[in-house]
Design a protein around this ligand. Structure first.
Ligand code: ASP
Ligand code: MG
Length: 411
């Protein structure tokens, strides 16, 4: 018998039929003797509908009232879910975030969970009830309703699992797991049986949008085994967990992430003197522009080309900031390029395997894809290439590293 927290996203509870389906899945777990806490999102589209209503009233609704408004979406779902369970003869009870007491700070719209009072949940579980909790919401210590940011129900699920010491936190969604890369780009992308928290964070921050990033950080910090699986079919999904002890058991590469949202900025002919990097990136940071990759190298004439990437939406702003800076520091010119893409190979196995980078570059070279920038970390190698080659790059890397094959089956 295990204690399982199951979180169901908006599409999984988008209609009454689907709510009934979820109830039946919960009931099967109960029949097997497991204790179940269910966390639900608002029915699909509901949060957006509520936000649009607010916009009809005023262009700048108060964050406190917005939270009061949008949390009603989840309140609808918990009640319907409990009713569906009770209808089938399974005792159940619903709670809003404030009723459980999911205590947060008072940052409306992006609150952070500070503490969870689990005693009511434990009492209900002991009485044989299924406990249904509204995702995405909490209360601050003055009793104001707060929300955790879009997609925050994932975090509620993980936080409850951590607080209850659950055996597993299952995140049900409309995909059946985490894939080696986006199956829309590589048709034989493979569902991963497992991936580590670290790898998942790299995959997610690169744009594989299966889980709210914060929930993965939370799960990693409290070591809550997370499983992503589909609410529409059966299957084991993908288990997100800590690093395998034995490096022989680790695939070298777990997946390929990519991102079309970045743009490249080059400051040419920067004098090679102390403080130059600071004088470039200082004003960029002051303008609240986030920088991702940075590359610089000194040329023969003692100047450097200082290159970095920012989000495409901030390219104009960053370029304008730097046009005035360039004059001050004696740089030649500022150029920008939005037609780039970033491709990253991710895998904890890189720590114990050499040669991944050279193999990656060899595969790209064979396709005559030019690499514009490179950055590496312990478990990731990223390259910036021309955007029009993105799909070709991802496909050839995927097959070059044989990611479609289960790593430890045959050889
Ligand atoms: N309903 C909220 C949203 O759409 C929270 C969630 O679904 O996780 O962001
Ligand atoms: Mg979601």
């Amino acid at each position: 018998m295990a204690l399982i927290v199951q979180k169901y996203g908006g599409t999984s509870v988008g209609t009454i039929d689907r709510i009934r389906n979820v109830a039946r899945r919960v009931e099967r777990y109960r029949d097997q003797g497991h204790e179940v806490v269910v966390v639900v999102s608002a029915m699909s589209g509901e949060t957006n509908r509520l936000l649009a209503l607010a916009q009809e009233v005023t262009a700048s609704p108060s964050p406190r009232e917005l939270d009061v408004l949008v949390t009603t979406g989840e309140q609808v779902t918990i009640a319907l879910m409990s009713m569906a369970l009770q209808h089938d003869g399974y005792p159940a009870r619903s709670y809003t975030g404030g009723q459980v007491r999911i205590l947060t700070d008072n940052a409306h719209g992006k609150a952070r969970i500070q503490a969870i009072d689990d005693h009511r949940i434990r009492e209900d579980l002991a009485q044989g009830r299924v406990v249904v909790v509204a995702g995405f919401q909490g209360v601050d210590d003055a009793g104001n309703i707060t929300t955790l940011g879009r997609g925050g129900s994932d975090t509620t699920g993980v936080a409850l699992a951590a607080a209850l010491g659950a055996d597993e936190c299952q995140i049900y969604t409309d995909v059946d797991g985490v894939y080696t890369t986006d199956p829309r780009v590589v048709s034989n992308a493979r569902r991963l049986q497992r991936i580590t928290f670290e790898e998942m964070l790299e995959m997610a921050s690169q744009g594989s949008k299966v889980l709210q990033i914060r929930s993965v950080e939370f799960a990693g910090k409290y070591n809550v085994p997370l499983r992503v699986l589909s609410s529409f079919d059966e299957g084991p999904g993908t288990l997100i967990t800590v690093d395998e002890e034995d490096p022989m058991e680790q695939p070298v590469i777990s997946g390929i992430a990519f991102n079309r949202d970045e743009a490249k900025i080059i400051v040419r002919g920067v004098p090679d003197i102390p403080g130059a990097a600071y004088r470039i990136l200082g004003p960029v940071g002051d303008a609240n522009i986030e920088v991702d990759m940075i590359v610089q190298n000194v040329g023969a004439d003692n100047t450097t080309d200082f290159t970095f990437t920012v989000h495409k939406n901030e390219m104009e702003k960053a370029t304008n900031v730097l046009r005035s800076v360039a004059g001050e520091i004696g740089a030649k010119e500022v150029q920008s390029d939005a037609s780039i893409a970033k491709v990253s190979m991710v895998g904890v196995g890189m720590r114990s395997h050499a040669g991944v980078a050279s193999r990656m570059f060899q595969i790209l070279a064979k396709e005559s894809i030019n690499i514009q920038m490179i950055s590496t970390s312990e478990i990731k190698i990223s390259v910036v290439i021309e955007e029009k080659y993105l799909e070709l790059a991802v496909r050839s890397l995927h097959s070059g590293f044989e990611l479609e094959k289960e790593p430890f089956e045959s050889d």
